[in-house]
Design a protein around this ligand. Sequence first.
Ligand code: MD3
Ligand code: FE
Length: 206
Amino acid sequence: MREELEAGAVLLRAFAKPRGAEYLQALEHVARQAPFRHMHTPGGGTMSAAMTSCGALGWVSSPQGYAYTTLDPASQQAWPAMPPSLLDLAQAAARAAGYTHFTPNACLLNRYHNGSHMGLHQDRDEHDTTQPIVSLSLGRSGLFLWGGAERHSRVRTLMLEHGDVLVWGGPARLHYHGIKGLGPHAHPLTGWSRFNITFRHVVAPQ
Ligand code: MD3
Ligand code: FE
């Protein structure tokens, strides 16, 4: 089911559900090489969602700021390669949403437990807003906050379920969004955890 949420933003309900277990295996393969960790923020806080990355570039937060890097600071090694199954899924979803030339080179993996959330924010570290962001939700459901162009724009909520894919581009690419919390039920494949994988095209740091 393809639902246009606003200009540029498409929700593909259950798009990834048939292969959900396969995508979770790919996620575990990444996390064995680059474990999930709780990053620190420039403001002195710690993010309640645990994160890791795969692909040529990975996203890191530290007291010094936010950046995409070619090396995982935890290992000083390159980030794990993007699993082909995940890359295929992201490109198929982008195509289904009307974005034909999506070439993600960064993939951010988020893990939420009880009490994890992600405050309203914009994704603007990619330095390329011509390509969309594709998001894959796996496991326990999450309450997505969907805002607008400004921090104080009206915010709507949407439950994201296992296998749902969001494609966010065009005029909606820089809109505010977040995760308020998790659904009440455990998921047969992930228990009390929710995972989200976002695929991005990032302009390589100089
Ligand atoms: C709307 N992740 O990793 S995914 C993030 O569920 C992030 O973990 C959330 O926000 C999560 O940055 C939400 C859906 C999403 C992702 C990127 C967007 C929605 C977006 C970028 C622009 C607008
Ligand atoms: Fe985001």
